[in-house]
Write a protein that binds this ligand. Structure first.
Ligand code: HEM
Length: 437
């Protein structure tokens, strides 16, 4: 039995890669979309998938009913490489980025969104030329066959977070939403700004998912060899393997998902978000170089080190980079940002071919949200907030470090006015006192 349900994705079936951009309203009304997630009733996943199907996150989804595209039959069941969903619209991308920031601030879901983007892109095989057979960032992870891969355990929760965004932004492909969410999560957790581009075209059917086994295993017999085998297949090098592994500065491993990690530790038992799991770092919602520092210092039983993490300090070539990143956070940020951008483009087909770049707008006004504050309960003013306070003082000629200069002239006038009022008042009182005699 095949179960499928849809949300309002906007997809366009075209035989060329010409970009089609509709206004949001037109997009929503003109193209009811094919099913986004087509789930089969495997015993492993049926219960969680049923709960997705019945979830209120999909208010417009006729659950368990397969919806047909009016112009082309059902794209969910027919494999057609030309039947690709639309790529994305720049205005919607910018707006979606703001919504993702709100989502991050309310759900503390930075880590799982980073993992979502990585797992969609990380199936890329540089030895296969054809799209989408080569895998990579093409949105295929939304389909059941790929979601069911053991490496993707738990990512259905990330998909649930993305679905309402897809409902709202019909002109953004899933592939773009996954990568936008991941890059925004890194940036919002205090990490580097990632030079992203968008316009990734989505695959349109579950049959276009890559086969299982393309993502790395955390505990292979020879971890360094395994990492090279998997990441070299993606066209990535040793530096990029080490830099990207630094993403484990965020998040936790959960035994009920991957089988790795403790059920909870002193750093995870109180959340934020769902409590539990074992983190690699103490402040697991803060993106910094503590992953490398913590592995190097092997300082705490409560912090996770997977065999593939340990390999970064054992293999001589990996070790060069791992040592450098433990010492030099700026070098880590620079290499991470480049490697993340490269990862996010793997295997992707862009429409338009050069991609769409969204600028991040002017420097942020107000205090930047720092998720890590919530994992340590520590309240400290951010640099941007301190700068804002200083600017407000300076606008009126002062400084937060010293009291405002006194305006003596004004003070003298105020003192004289008070004295005049006092004398007038006393004078009136005296005359009325005597008036009774
Ligand atoms: C180097 C090979 C890698 C291996 C073997 C690996 C393995 C794992 C495992 C076992 C988990 C725990 C999943 C769970 O139980 O929920 C995990 C989580 C995570 N991984 Fe990796 N990973 C690798 C590379 C990467 C890369 C390249 C990135 C991103 C660029 C990444 C980002 C994450 C994040 C953010 C989490 C935390 C997810 C959460 O808290 O929900 N990983 N990884």
């Amino acid at each position: 039995m095949a179960l499928s349900f849809s949300a309002a994705s906007h997809s366009l079936c075209s035989s060329s890669s010409t970009r089609v951009s509709l206004s949001p309203a037109a997009a929503v009304s003109s193209h009811p979309s094919p099913p986004l997630v087509a789930f089969s009733s495997s015993p492993h996943s049926l219960s969680s998938l049923r709960s997705v199907a019945s979830s209120s996150l999909f208010p417009h989804s006729p659950s368990l009913v397969q919806r047909k595209h009016p112009n082309r039959g059902s794209c969910s069941t027919v494999v057609s490489p030309t039947c690709a969903a639309a790529a994305s619209d720049a205005a919607q991308l910018k707006s979606a980025k703001e919504d993702i920031k709100v989502l991050l601030r309310t759900k503390f879901c930075h880590p799982i969104l980073v993992r979502l983007g990585w797992h969609d892109a990380g199936t890329y095989n540089k030895n296969i030329e054809d799209w989408p057979q080569r895998g990579g960032a093409n949105g295929s992870l939304r389909f059941e066959p790929e979601l069911k891969h053991a490496a993707n355990a738990g990512l259905v929760d990330a998909l649930k977070l993305i679905e309402p965004l897809k409902e709202k932004y019909a002109n953004i492909s899933y592939a773009d939403l996954f990568q936008l969410a991941s890059a925004t999560a890194v940036e919002e957790a205090g990490g580097p700004e990632i030079p992203m581009k968008y316009g990734r075209v989505d695959v349109s059917a579950p049959e276009q998912c890559p086969e299982e086994g393309r993502l790395p295993d955390a505990g292979p017999p020879s971890p360094a060899d395994h990492l090279r085998e998997v990441f070299y297949r993606m066209g990535l090098n040793d530096k990029e393997i080490v830099a990207l592994s630094g993403a484990h500065t965020l998040g936790r491993s959960r035994p009920e998902r991957s089988g790795w990690g403790k059920p909870e530790t002193k750093y995870t038992k109180a959340g934020p978000g769902e409590p539990g799991g074992q983190s690699w770092t103490v402040k697991w919602l803060k993106f910094d170089n503590s992953y490398f520092k913590d592995i190097k210092e092997k300082r705490d039983e409560d912090l996770l080190v997977l065999p593939t993490d340990a390999a970064l300090f054992e293999d001589p070539s990996f070790k060069n980079y791992a040592e450098k990143y433990a010492e030099d956070p700026a070098a880590f940020f620079k290499d991470y940002a480049e490697a993340h951008a490269k990862l996010s483009n793997l295997g992707a087909k862009f429409d338009p071919p050069e991609g769409i770049i969204i600028d991040n707008g002017p420097a942020q006004q107000g205090e930047k949200f720092v998720a890590a504050k919530y994992s340590t309960q520590k309240k400290e003013l951010s640099d941007s907030m301190k700068k804002k306070i200083r600017a407000e003082y300076e606008a009126i000629g002062g400084s937060p470090d010293k009291p405002l200069p006194t305006n003596y002239f004004l003070n003298i006038i105020i003192a004289i006015s008070v004295l005049v009022l006092l004398f007038t008042f006393l004078g009136n009182n005296n005359s009325s006192d005597y008036s009774g005699f």
